[in-house]
Every structure is written in C-alpha cells, then in structure tokens.
Design a binder for this molecule. Structure first.
Ligand code: PHE
Ligand code: ZN
Ligand code: ZN
Ligand code: ZN
Length: 294
C-alpha cells in the first residue's frame, strides 16, 4: 500500500519509511510535510514512479503574537528574543514549545528590573506549527526602518528535550549542516553560545540553520539570528550519548508532536542550563553594545 503522512506526526519520521534511510524497501511512500522548506515534488514518492497532485485545504484560524519590550535602551539596536506560544493540535506542547516560552519568560521577568543599554523586545509567536505564521506576519509588516533597527534575533524552540543534546544553530555553517551560513552576525551569536557551554564544561554541537522555526523569516530578510535546540524526532547516536548521556537509538523527544508532550516531557537539567544560556546572551547583548557585531 501507499503510506501518506505528515513528517513528525505520531512520532514518525522519514527514517521510518524512506528505504534510503533504513526504512522498509517494499513500501512505496508518499512523504508529505506541513512545514515550509520541503519540496513535495522532491520526496521519495516521486522516485517510485507516482504521478501525484495535491490540494490546498484552507482552514481559517486567528492567532496572536504577544510582544513586550523594555522601556529603556537604544531603539536603533533592538535585541529580539522569541519562541512560539502555540502547539500542535495533537498535544499540549510542553517541550514544544512551553520550554522555550518558559525560559524566555523568566529572562524577561529578570530584565524588567534592569536598565539595558539596548532595547530588548520579547516575542511570543502564534501559529508556528501552521507554517511560522506569527513570525512571518511580524517580519512582513516591519517598515524598512523598523527592520534596520533590529540588531539580531534569538530563537528558542524546544530547549528541554528528555533525551537532549545541546544544539546551537549553525550560523557559520562550520558544522556543514543546514542551508549555508546565515546573515552576517549569525556566526558571532553561535560563537557566544558555544562559549557559554564551554564555560560550563559542557559540549555543544551545530544543528541545521534552515528556517524550520520562527527565525526563518528573520534570516530571510538579512537579520542576524541564532538559537538553541535540544532535538526533536531524530535519534541520539552513541557518540552523542558519550557527551551528553541519555539513551542511544532513542529519539531526542519521543513525544514530539504527540499527546504525551506534557509536563513530564521535560529534562530539568537541560531547561536549567539553557535558561542560563538565554539569560547570558540576552544580558550580553542588552548591556554591552560593543558585543553586537563586535
Ligand atoms: N519548529 C519545529 C517544531 O516546532 C521544531 C524545530 C525547532 C525543529 C528548531 C528544528 C529546529 O515542530
Ligand atoms: Zn512543533
Ligand atoms: Zn516548536
Ligand atoms: Zn557552526
């Protein structure tokens, strides 16, 4: 038969069905995806000789972005920090993305007591799971001046996966993952995150900087960006277990996009360390203008 499913749903991934990635070779598969950036015509289904077509089904939602910014600080050097507030319909979305939102909120509460040199703007995006709708809308509606005033954007989507790895978005492309280097300045953000982990004696590694979360619309218009990610549907390797512990061969988040992404689906150590990483970078950029593009 033909299997048609959405990547990530019910914890299944391309590796379960694509023979090239170890899946069963006798199963023709049409591999659909609901996130942007994947070309439906270039999926494994195309290779097994199907001619296929697809329909766009439009369902109407209203979704909200919540933005809050410090009253103080230079407004021509705005440090933006964000994560998505929505979850998939299948589950409560505690790691994806209660983790990122919770960590950012704590940093925002601490920042509220301070007088930063640069303005800090916190963004809680709506509609990420339906195609980065909130962030896309925000960036598309910036005036040229507003866009130029944003010094950089930091994104946090899934920062406490139960079988975590400390991934940093590969802004300099040195890890050879993702779609090439990000806008100038992205490499520096990656470097500061790497330095944070190193200062704690912790390992980190690069991860795809391909636009699969709310930073996508920002880098698309040339705003430097960076962020952290502890892993979703892919499986942890033995080499990664040697660095971060956990379970080899198991997904980073076995409850990714499922009903079990509940309050138990959080690694407290990863959440604690990553909240500190977020605070460290936000603090650095907020209080020391020389660190921006410096
Ligand atoms: N954006 C993905 C989701 O919400 C998760 C993800 C974050 C994937 C960062 C890659 C990098 O499902
Ligand atoms: Zn998600
Ligand atoms: Zn997410
Ligand atoms: Zn890198």
């Amino acid at each position: 038969g033909v299997v048609l499913f959405n990547e990530g749903q019910e914890g299944r991934t391309e590796a379960d069905v694509n023979p090239d990635l170890g899946g069963p070779s006798d199963l023709p598969v049409l591999f659909a995806s609901y996130w942007t950036g994947r070309d439906l015509a270039a999926t494994p289904g195309a290779e097994v000789g199907f001619t296929f077509s697809w329909e766009t089904v439009t369902k109407s939602y209203t979704t909200y972005n919540v933005l809050a910014e410090t009253r103080h600080g230079r407004d021509d050097n705005v440090v933006m920090v964000g994560g998505h507030l929505d979850s998939v319909e299948d589950g409560p979305g505690i790691n994806d993305n209660g983790s990122g939102v919770g960590a950012i909120l704590e940093v925002a509460l601490q920042m509220a007591k301070s007088r930063p040199e640069n303005k800090v703007r916190f963004a809680f995006w709506g509609g990420e799971e339906f195609g980065l709708l909130g962030a896309e809308h925000y960036v598309a509606n910036l005036t040229e001046q507003e866009r130029a005033n944003i010094a950089l954007y930091l994104n946090f989507d899934m920062v406490a996966s139960p079988n975590y790895v400390y991934h940093v978005y590969d802004g300099d492309d040195s890890d050879g993952v993702g779609a090439g280097p990000g806008p100038e300045g992205s490499a520096q953000i990656e470097k500061y995150f790497e330095e944070f982990y190193a200062s704690r004696g912790l390992a980190s590694k690069g991860t795809d900087f391909d636009g699969r979360s709310d930073y996508g619309p920002f880098i698309a218009v040339g705003i430097p960006a960076g962020g952290l990610f502890t892993g979703a549907e892919k499986r942890k390797t033995p080499e990664e277990v040697a660095k971060w512990g956990g379970t080899a061969g198991e997904r980073y988040d076995r409850c990714y996009h499922q009903a079990c992404d509940d309050i138990r689906n959080i690694n407290d150590t990863a959440l604690d360390v990553n909240a500190d990483a977020i605070a460290t970078l936000v603090g650095t950029y907020a209080f020391d203008p020389s660190k921006i593009n410096g």
